[in-house]
Design a protein around this ligand. Structure first.
Ligand code: TRP
Length: 448
């Protein structure tokens, strides 16, 4: 089975695809949100350590499982542990997780599309901070506007998958994402030169170790997994398309580096500007969506930058959402034997319905709450701090304790053809360090 499956044409292809999945709203919207709410510098330093020590090894693990089995996450565990069907639970959890993340993700993508529309008509021009904030709040309270923009977004996601042009999109994103990077650098420079910017950069980068709590740890872990698209089978799915000759470590490394670079840049853009405009780092959803239009307002060529930026952000979000929907689609086609087009339509409709509930839960005084959380926030919290972390934990445990070491080594070193000095350290981290560290963090979140 694994052999007749298409694989990515080149190593660069898989890096572009996996980086396309990783880089998205998680970097530009969610990372600053989480850093702002969790003490800035303290969060940042923990985040970097987690990406290196847990994110990278888990990414390698998912690639190994995906490529070894050549299957979707459910099929992958069934293939690799045929006598212990229970492991495929990780895959089922991933499929459920994909829908829950999509619901929340498409809501935020809807705001991005809304911002594209507003950029086109130069709506933000001359508006002050309070007006942009009020406007964002009223968008949260609308009914049809968010439904329309998230509908457009899900439709585009499904269209790309049905048309089978995913690779085409990724080809363009190889050119477009460097442009996004370039714009972020320009924005960063502008942001750093605003009056009062220094306080923002200090907040973001200067670690205050006394602020590291259980909550900071779990949120950093959740954010790292979210941003790197880990813990729910997404990269197992992509791993199943990686060619046997590609080097898994360097691929994973490149993806982690580019994803983290974009997140750091987003922080450098947002915090100095937010401090300069008097927007609080704990502002949450509006941190990115109010600060950025304000920043564009201050710039020469702001109209142009604003439009290009939100367009590129929409594309970055699309290359992430296709990776999420793909998890569901590949599961439905391979396990339930339903054709690809139908599978895509069904799962897109499912995600859309959930997304409507999520976005409507943002109305003031909403009854759409679970355990006191608005459904939108509950989906976000539950997936990143529980489902994905537990999924990640089980994945490394599977690789370290269930799969034969020789099988891991063979897959990891491409049948011994790439010499991998790191392989023993990597195996040690996957077998011992990651499981222990993730478990400890999962527990400490309950000790405030
Ligand atoms: N990583 C993407 C982002 O940062 C979102 C995403 C895509 C994702 N696929 C995922 C998150 C799988 C978790 C799991 O925007």
């Amino acid at each position: 089975m694994a052999n007749n499956k298409e694989s990515f044409g080149s190593k660069f292809g898989i890096i572009a695809a996996a980086a396309g999945s990783a880089i998205g709203l998680g970097n530009i919207y969610r990372f600053p949100c989480e850093a702002g709410a969790n003490g800035g510098g303290a969060f940042f330093i923990v985040y970097l350590a987690i990406v290196l020590l847990m994110g990278l090894p888990l990414m390698v693990s998912e690639f190994v499982i995906g490529r070894r089995s050549g299957k979707n996450p459910v099929g992958a565990f069934k293939t690799l542990a045929p006598e212990q069907k229970g492991w495929s639970g990780i895959g089922y959890m991933g499929v459920v997780c994909a829908f829950l993340i999509l619901a929340f993700y498409c809501t935020v993508a809807g705001w991005t599309i809304d911002a594209v529309g507003k950029s086109i008509i130069n709506y933000y021009h001359g508006l002050d901070n309070a007006t942009i904030q009020k406007d964002f709040d009223s968008l949260m309270n609308e009914t049809w506007q968010p439904i329309l923009s998230e509908g457009i977004f899900i439709f585009l996601t499904a269209l790309i998958i049905v048309k089978g042009v995913t690779k085409g999109i990724e080809k363009y994103s190889k050119i477009l994402m460097p442009i996004l990077l370039g714009i972020l650098i320009i924005l960063g420079i502008k942001s750093l030169t605003l009056p009062g910017a220094k306080a923002g950069i200090e907040f973001f980068l200067k670690p205050d170790f006394s602020k590291i709590t259980g909550t900071v740890l779990i949120n950093a872990l959740g954010q790292a997994f979210f941003s790197l698209s880990l813990g729910m089978g997404c990269l197992i799915t992509y791993g199943s398309y990686i060619a046997k000759k590609d080097n898994l470590t360097s691929t994973a490394f490149m993806v982690c580096i580019s994803d983290t670079l974009i997140a750091i840049l987003a922080g450098i853009v947002i915090f100095p500007a937010a401090f300069s405009f008097g927007i609080k780092p704990e502002a949450g959803d509006s941190l990115a969506f109010v600060t950025l239009p304000m920043l564009f307002n201050q710039m020469a060529g702001g109209y142009f930058f604003c439009l290009i930026f939100f367009l590129l952000l929409t594309i970055a979000a699309l290359t992430s959402s296709i990776s999420l929907l793909e998890v569901a689609v590949l599961f439905i086609t391979e396990e339930l034997k339903i054709d690809r087009k139908k599978a895509t339509i069904y799962s897109a409709i499912g995600a859309f319905l959930l997304c409507i509930i999520a976005s409507q839960s943002l109305h003031d005084g909403t009854p759409l709450k679970i355990f006191g959380f608005r459904i939108f926030d509950a989906l976000d919290e539950f997936t990143s701090t529980i489902l994905m972390t537990v999924g990640g934990l089980l994945t490394v445990v599977f690789l370290g304790w269930k799969m034969k070491k020789s099988d891991f080594m063979e897959e990891y070193t491409n049948g011994g053809t790439v010499s991998m000095g790191l392989r023993k350290i990597m195996y040690f981290i996957i077998r011992y360090l990651s499981p222990v560290a993730i478990t400890v963090i999962l527990i400490t979140q309950f000790i405030k």
